[in-house]
Structure formats: C-alpha cells, structure tokens
Ligand binder design. Structure first.
Ligand SMILES: [Zn+2]
Length: 371
C-alpha cells in the first residue's frame, strides 16, 4: 500500500450515521437531569402555584424513578440505548469553557468548538465564527440539507444567516412564509406564529417551533438538523419552577416524538443520531436557580445525551474525566464522518466525544480542553 493511500485512509473516517440532529433545551441544570425535580424548589421558593399537584406529578423518593418521571425518553431510551455525559458524582463532569455562561457564548461554543471570549453577551452581532452547520452546508453532500428551527430570534445572528445562507427559522417569524410547498399544517403553524401572544419577547414557544420542524419533514429531508428549545430557561428566569419542570417534561416528549417520527421514515430509520444537550447550566445554590452567568457558581455545569448508530449502549458514563461543550461541534461532524478539527484551527484541541463513547476509557488529551 503506498503512503498516499495510507494517508487518505487515515484521514477518512467512516460515518457512524447518515443524519444528525442536535437538540438544545436552554439552561437546564445537570441537577434536574441526573436527580429529577428538586423538592426544595417545589413550593414557595420555586414560585410553585400548586405544590401538592407539582409534588404528585414530579416528585418520587427514589432519584432514578424521579428522573425517569421527569424525562422518560431521555432515561428509558437514550440512557439505555445510548450514552449520557455530565454526571460529576461519577467522575464525568461536563462543562462550558466560555467564561460568560450565558446563551450566545454557549451556542457559539457548541457550534464552533471553541469559546470566543469576545462574545460575552446575548447582544453580540452576527457571529464572526463559522459554525459546523455552515461548514457542512458548504459541502456538496450536505448542501441545502441543513435545517435549523429555534424558538429564539437571536439564532439568526448566532448562525450569521446573512453570510452562511443557512436555512434558519427562529423566533416568531412564521417559519413557512416563504415556502412555496404549502401544506395545511404549514398554514396553521404560520398563523399561530402570527397570532400567539409573545410571552417571552423574542423567544417563541417550544410547541410552535417543534411543530414547525416536524411539519417541515413532510416536504424536506435534511441530513443535519438543529432544534433549539427555550422555555426551560425562560420559566426558570421567571421564577416558576413548576412551569420549568413542565417545559422540560414536554421537551423530553417532543424529542421522543421527533425520534419516533424520523424512525418511521426510510431516510432516517436506523441511520440518524440524536445529540441532546444544553447551552449553560444555572446556579446550584438555593437562591441562584433562576440565574446563570459569569459569577454564578454551577452555571458552567452541563450534560449531554446521545443515541444513534455506532454509539455503544454504555448509559451514564463514569470516570471519563472532564468533557466540554467545545467537543460538541467536532462530535456532530464526526457522526457524519467529517473532521471539524482539521478545518477549524480554533477547534483543534477539541476531540469528538466519540473516541470516548467507543472505547469507554478516558482520554488524556481531553484534559487540555479544561484550560
Ligand atoms: Zn441560554
């Protein structure tokens, strides 16, 4: 075998899956993921209107039963058939590396594989950094096959749609207003975007955005999908722990429905990976659960679940050492057999999670990401 062929083989990774879906539920603490509902917040401290009802619905004495009650798809499907990162109590913490610990810096880190310390707030202009979605969309195999549906209007800037030309549906803009292929569902969803009271300013409701993504699959078959849900963060900021739990539980059901919908389509069946994560954590101290930011302790802690072809069912990972948000972009690319690190020097040290997922052993190189 000649040297050139060896080189080519070394650089061509086998795709694990044909399609990848990255789903983010905004600002969900690792605490709720791994331990379920927090009893100390299921009353006045959490702005809960009906404590008995909230307890009946979400509280179970056993932590495993509690988290399965809150997120049945995540725990009974993803954690059994895939893998979950971020359980610090088992030596597998997952953190953001950006110092701001707010949304735009977090999504930038998720999508580009590196924290950009210029981006400190959500008010930042169009993202100067190329995202893994923009990079994939520029490749012939993925051209026009990248779709993003997100509740938050700011995603137009995070994805820099003016430059990237990505198909991004964000905020209250009717998602199908420029879509020539009409369906009754698209008409209804556009109408609801125009007629629903904007409860959270530029953040649309999760139900509308996820319904739009599902409806879009009737006429399009994207290979790379982003779904951004925002209510988990909004209800926590609003001081309504009961509604934040409802939003998280509904996000889980929405992800389950999307999984079932796609598994029933030949283009996606057994060839699609879901990666589910969050953009930042929130305060771990009892009075800080509503907040996140540079000075909020615990807001750096995040989590991630993944399910799909080529991911051994190792469940909740332990003893991996620190993994980081900046590894997600290379992981998204790696699923599709692409090498994001080679194309983006800033993401050079951010290994995909998959070597970890496959070997089940910690990678020393990962420690460099902690800086
Ligand atoms: Zn956020």
């Amino acid at each position: 075998m000649n040297a050139l062929l060896l080189l080519v083989l070394a650089q061509t990774a086998t795709p694990l899956a044909k399609n990848v879906v990255l789903i983010v539920s905004d600002g969900v603490r690792a605490r709720e993921i791994f331990e379920g509902a927090d009893r100390s917040l299921m009353g006045e401290a959490g702005g809960v209107e009906n404590e008995a009802g909230c307890v009946e619905k979400f509280w179970r004495a056993d932590a495993r039963a509690r988290r399965e009650t809150l997120m049945p798809f995540f725990w009974k499907k993803v954690a059994r058939e895939g893998q979950v990162f971020g359980d610090g109590s088992r030596g597998s913490p997952m953190r953001v590396t950006n110092k701001a610990r707010v949304s735009y810096p977090g999504y930038n880190e998720l999508f580009t594989g590196a924290a950009d310390h210029r981006i400190e707030t959500n008010a930042w202009v169009d993202n100067p950094n190329v995202t893994v979605f923009e990079w994939l969309n520029a490749k012939p195999a993925f051209s026009g096959k990248v779709s993003a549906f997100a509740t938050w209007a700011t995603f137009a800037r995070i994805f820099a749609v003016g430059r990237s030309k990505l198909e991004v549906h964000a905020g209250w803009t009717p998602p199908f207003e420029n879509d020539a292929e009409r369906t009754p569902g698209k008409d209804l969803i556009d109408t609801l975007h125009r007629s629903t009271t904007p409860l959270f300013g530029g953040n649309a409701l999760d139900a509308l955005t996820s319904a739009a993504l599902k409806e879009s699959l009737k006429t399009k078959r994207p290979r790379v999908v982003f779904l951004g849900l925002g209510e988990t963060d909004e209800w926590m900021h609003a001081g309504r722990y009961d509604l934040a739990l409802e939003a998280l539980s509904r996000a889980d059901a929405t992800i389950a429905d999307l999984w079932d919908t796609m598994q029933a389509m030949p283009e996606y069946k057994d060839s699609t990976t879901f990666i589910i994560t969050t953009d930042h954590g929130r305060g771990g101290l009892p009075w800080e659960w509503k907040h996140h930011g540079a000075s909020v302790l615990g807001a750096e802690d995040i989590w991630l679940g993944a399910i799909g072809p080529g991911i051994p069912p190792l469940g909740v990972r332990s003893s991996t050492g620190l993994v980081t948000q900046s590894q997600v972009a290379s992981t998204v690319a790696h699923v599709l057999g692409e090498d994001w690190r080679a194309s983006n020097p800033r993401a050079g040290s951010t290994l995909p999670l998959w070597p970890l997922l496959v070997s089940g052993r910690p990678s020393l190189t990962l420690q460099r990401n902690a800086e």
